[in-house]
Ligand binder design. Sequence first.
Ligand SMILES: C[S@@+](CC[C@H](N)C(=O)[O-])C[C@H]1O[C@@H](n2cnc3c(N)ncnc32)[C@H](O)[C@@H]1O
Length: 315
Amino acid sequence: MSSPGAWQHTTVLLAEAIDALVTTPDGVYVDGTFGRGGHARALLARLSPRGRLIALDRDPQAVAAATTGDTRIEDARFSIHHTRFGAFADLLAALDVARIDGLLLDLGVSSPQIDDPARGFSFRFDGPLDMRMDPTRGESAADFLARADERHIAEVIKDYGEERFAVPVAKALVARREGGNPVRTTRELSEVVARAVKTREPGQDPATRTFQGLRIFVNAELEELEQGLSAAVQRLNSGGRLVVISFHSLEDRIVKTFIARESRSEVDRRAPFAPEKAHRLRSIGRVKPSDAEVRANPRARSAVMRVAERTEVAA
Ligand SMILES: C[S@@+](CC[C@H](N)C(=O)[O-])C[C@H]1O[C@@H](n2cnc3c(N)ncnc32)[C@H](O)[C@@H]1O
């Protein structure tokens, strides 16, 4: 069992994210990744009595933290919803909110998720191999490994984990399954991977990449990000901000490419004399945590925050 402190989450780029996000204290903001509410609380402190914060998280435990016990947030300007940020446009429609002034996405998993052995996210503890941020739906990592063919397993580990030894890992997993002993726990998976991965990266557990690949796949993290970004661009007010904190290059590449694409004007090749389609975003910048933050919170080491602003929205 982990220490009690491990159930807390140290928010990354706290002041930087709120400074970048809030353009009007009276605005409507969405926190798409509530976690334990580090950003949400700082955002509420920055808003006026007329401001509003719509928070969501796909993890029922995060939603419970916002609504029950010592951690609950009692504030008329705040609401929390159990849903995916990829579907936040549906949530806004249900709440009858047409446009927002900012969307914050602080991607990946929270410390309470990683540090709970029962969630199956970490090779540091033994637990059931689950890895779902929302355990009420979808397929666990163990169920995926119990049914998928070798090629599919190798693709997931290679494409989302960037693991060079994805094929030997997948072969070892399938051989074990065919021997009547499929992996069901994080420790079993770590052991199989450690035998199949032939070179060691300094300071990194050999299972790191395989765990990352399975987690991204099980939670459809990259698809979620793409859906959340395109909904954001449609829902932001003129001058509204998109703030995204990523923790690995696959996510950051999607955010960077999306902002670059939406920052260009486009000519319709089929109608060369039609007016250019105006760009919908303006890139504001890219921020990395300070050395002091990384020293205090090693999880911040790989964080990159990108900020973009919605250009004029047609009336
Ligand atoms: C890094 S933590 C956020 C921490 C938060 N900013 C804080 O300060 O406490 C990421 C959170 O986002 C949630 N999450 C990740 N992907 C999600 C998605 N597609 N939809 C909704 N929530 C998601 C996770 O369940 C987790 O609670």
